[in-house]
Design a protein. Structure first.
Length: 340
C-alpha cells in the first residue's frame, strides 16, 4: 500500500462513525497543572500510571479511534512492558503524536503567538513513525482582542500549519491540522464566526499552495462560541448553527472529518454542542471530537493519584467517551449524565 492509500485509510479510520480522538498530549507544564489540582506530584511514573489508566480502560475502543501522545508518553510502556503505541494498536486504537514545540510570542505583536517546531521536524517524524505513530498534531493559537488577530498572525500560523502538514504527508503520517481560535475574551458569537472563517480560509489556502492532499488530513478546530467573558452567551442551538454555517463556507468537502477541540468548554457543553451539530446534519464531513480535558477531567478527579481508585477513574473516562460517542450520532441526552 502506498503512503497515499495508507494515509487516506488512516484518516477515514480516525473519524469512524461513533468514535473520536483522545488528546493525551499535555505538555509537561500542562500535566503538572492538572496534577496539582488533585495534589499529585507530576513525576514521570505518576504520568505513566495515569496514561496507562486511560489506555487500558475496558471498552473505550468502542468510542475512541485514536490517541494523541506526547513525546515522553510515546516512549513509555505499560506495567507489563508493552509500549504504549503497541498497547493502543492492539485494541484497534491508532497512536498519534504531538509534534509542535508550543506557541511563542509573535515578533512585532506581543499579544499574539506563532507556533514553533518546524526545525528538524522531518527527522522527528521519521522517528515517531518508527515508534508506532500513524498521525501527528500541530496546534496554532489565534487570540481575539482589540485589533487582533492581525492578518500577519493568521497568515504566519496558517503557513506553518501547511508546512507541517506537507512534511507529515511526505513521511506517511496523517496531519491533524489544528487552528484554534481561543475562547478567552468578551467577544460575541458573531466575532468568533468572523475570525474562525478568516483563519480557516487562510489555512486551506496555504494547504492548497503547498500541495497537501485534503483527503489525507484531519481538521481539529474550535467551535464557534461566545467569548468566556461575553455577557450574552450563545445557546447550544446557536453554537451548532453558527459552527455549521462557518464550516460549510470555509472547509472543502474533501476533508474526511472535523474533530473539534473542547477549548475550555465544560465536559457537558462540549458534548452537547457536538451532539446538536450532528442532530442538525447536512454537512459532507464526519463531525467528531478530539477532546483532552473534556474527556479526562472526571477520570483525573476520581483517580486522585491512588491505585485503588483506578477502576472508578476508568468508569468516569468510559462514561465521557460513551457520551461523546452518542453525540457523534446526535443521540446524546442529559439523561445519560444522570444515569451515570
Amino acid at each position: 500500500m502506498s503512503f497515499a492509500d495508507e494515509l487516506i485509510t488512516t484518516a477515514q479510520a480516525m473519524v469512524t462513525p461513533g468514535k473520536g480522538i483522545l488528546a493525551a498530549d499535555e505538555s509537561a507544564p500542562t500535566i503538572e497543572k492538572r496534577f496539582k489540582s488533585i495534589d499529585v506530584a507530576s513525576t514521570e511514573e505518576n504520568r505513566r500510571s495515569y496514561r496507562e489508566l486511560l489506555f487500558t480502560t475496558q471498552g473505550a475502543d468502542e468510542f475512541v479511534s485514536g490517541v494523541i501522545l506526547f513525546d515522553e508518553t510515546i516512549r513509555q510502556s505499560a506495567g507489563d512492558g508493552t509500549p504504549f503505541p503497541k498497547l493502543l494498536a492492539s485494541q484497534g486504537i491508532i497512536p498519534g503524536i504531538k509534534v509542535d514545540k508550543g506557541a511563542k510570542p509573535l515578533p512585532g505583536s506581543p499579544n499574539e503567538k506563532v507556533t514553533e517546531g518546524l526545525d528538524g521536524l522531518r527527522d522527528r517524524l521519521i522517528e515517531y513513525r518508527g515508534l508506532g505513530a500513524r498521525f501527528a498534531k500541530w496546534r496554532a493559537v489565534i487570540a481575539i482582542g482589540d485589533d487582533i488577530p492581525s492578518a500577519n498572525c493568521i497568515h504566519t500560523n496558517a503557513h506553518a500549519l501547511a508546512r507541517y502538514a506537507a512534511l507529515c504527508v511526505e513521511q506517511g503520517l496523517v496531519p491533524i491540522v489544528e487552528p484554534e481560535v481561543l475562547m478567552d475574551g468578551s467577544h460575541t458569537l458573531e466575532r468568533c464566526h468572523d475570525v474562525t472563517s478568516r483563519t480557516l480560509s487562510a489555512t486551506f489556502h496555504e494547504l492548497f499552495l503547498q500541495g497537501v492532499p485534503l483527503e489525507q488530513i484531519i481538521l481539529k478546530p474550535n467551535m464557534v462560541l461566545s467569548g468566556k467573558d461575553c455577557p450574552q452567551q450563545a445557546s447550544v442551538r446557536q453554537v451548532a448553527e453558527a459552527t455549521i454555517d462557518c464550516f460549510l463556507n470555509t472547509v472543502p468537502a474533501a476533508v474526511p472529518g472535523i474533530c473539534f477541540l473542547s477549548g475550555g468548554q465544560s465536559d457537558e457543553d462540549a458534548t452537547a454542542h457536538l451532539n446538536e451539530m450532528n442532530r442538525i446534519g447536512g454537512f459532507p464531513w464526519e463531525m467528531s471530537f478530539s477532546y483532552g480535558r473534556a474527556l479526562q477531567a472526571p477520570a483525573l478527579k476520581a483517580w486522585g493519584g491512588k491505585a485503588d481508585q483506578v477502576p472508578a477513574a476508568q468508569r468516569a473516562y468510559y462514561h465521557r467517551a460513551k457520551c461523546n460517542g452518542a453525540a457523534r450520532y446526535g443521540k446524546y441526552t442529559p439523561d445519560m449524565e444522570k444515569a451515570a
